[in-house]
Ligand binder design. Structure first.
Ligand code: GDP
Ligand code: MG
Length: 329
């Protein structure tokens, strides 16, 4: 375990895989390794893809890998799947689909499934991105399913966010769009051969034009991607998409906004780490002194309720919301 971080930085695939597994399993040693590689990260362009299940994110990712490889870039892919904690079914399918890149040393594909708490997955994703970054991957693509709060947290690790939609999603699109219009840097209308593609285009356009936009500010492009059943058209569309992804990164660099994205990312990471550090510390103490058992008794006997008990714990350990928070052990 000691040398894992070093081997990762030398690009060793097996060490990187092991470190990501350890991160996923929340092994204490993994944190140490991340500490070591952290100073050397921050070079990769992190691209997030989000959208409803079945929108075609993995299919797009697979084709984007080809585009970026052709442009001479190395690629890491992280498929984050909060929806299948046990079977990992969707991920297995993705891995099989991306097999064609398995022989290519410039491509590294890994998946993360749900472990533990909500913040845990975002933290694990952030760390796994660091691992791929430290390996020297030029582009790290992160695929998340759906658009809930958890996904938004995960997507905050990305510099460039792709929102992948398909025509004919009905009313749910309103809810989805409400949650992602703010966060999308590029919109993809996938399976654009389907009925309703034009309508979806108009809807997204209308939403994008709703608020004021400063002159020179990035206007999220909407890229129509034809069906994979039309390989030539599909490849051409995804090529265009890869150009837009690069253009967005260039825009961030040229306008000094890359730092803002890095800051957003750091904030997401620190949020998760703080939650983790405090929860871990407090829970460990509660267990150690038998307090947790006593709390359970109180709730069972209806002497108290979980919220009151939790507030008492917060009061005791954190000294109320206005006081400074002693975190160190
Ligand atoms: N007809 C059609 N099917 C597609 C297209 N892209 C993906 N699919 C299929 O849609 C399903 C879901 O795609 P997938 O990439 O796994 O979606 P994800 O859940 O967003 O990652 C798979 O069966 C794909 O073969 C497309 O452009 N046209
Ligand atoms: Mg997928």
């Amino acid at each position: 375990m000691v040398e894992l971080g070093k081997k990762v930085m030398a690009g060793d695939v097996r060490s990187a895989s092991r470190l990501i597994r350890n991160i996923e399993d929340n092994l204490p040693g993994a944190k140490q390794e991340i500490r070591k590689i952290f100073p050397y990260t921050g070079k990769a362009h992190v691209v997030g893809l989000t959208g409803p299940p079945g929108a075609g994110k993995s299919t797009l990712t697979d084709e984007l890998i080809r585009c970026f490889r052709r442009k001479g870039k190395t690629v890491g892919v992280l498929a984050v799947d909060p929806s299948s904690p046990f079977t990992g079914g969707a991920i297995l399918g993705d891995r099989i689909r991306m097999q064609r890149h398995a022989e290519d040393p410039g491509v590294f594909v890994r998946s993360l499934a749900t472990r533990g708490t909500m913040g845990g997955l975002s933290k694990a994703a952030g760390d796994a991105i660091h691992v791929m970054d430290a390996m020297g991957k030029d582009i790290v693509m992160v695929e998340t399913v759906g658009i809930g709060q958890q996904e938004v947290e995960i997507i905050h690790h990305a510099h460039t966010v792709l929102v992948v939609l398909v025509p004919g999603m009905g009313d749910e699109i309103q809810a989805i769009k409400a949650g992602v219009m703010e966060i999308g840097d590029i919109f993809v209308i996938n399976k654009a051969h389907r009925e309703g593609a034009g309508k979806l285009f108009k809807e997204i356009t209308a939403m994008l034009d709703m608020g004021p936009r400063e002159p020179g500010a990035w206007r999220p492009p909407i890229v129509m991607v034809e069906s994979v059943a039309e390989p030539h058209e599909f490849e051409r569309c995804v090529d265009e998409l890869s150009d837009k992804i690069e253009a967005h990164y260039q825009y961030l660099v040229n306008t000094n906004q890359l730092g803002d994205r890095q800051r957003r990312r750091s904030l997401a990471e620190i949020n998760a780490a703080v939650r983790d550090a405090i929860l871990e510390t407090v829970l460990r103490r509660l267990v150690a002194d038998g307090e947790l058992d006593r709390m359970v008794e109180k709730a069972l006997n209806k002497e108290s309720d979980p919220y009151t008990l939790a507030e008492q714990v917060a009061e005791r350990y954190l000294g109320g919301s206005k006081a400074s928070m002693p975190v160190a052990e």
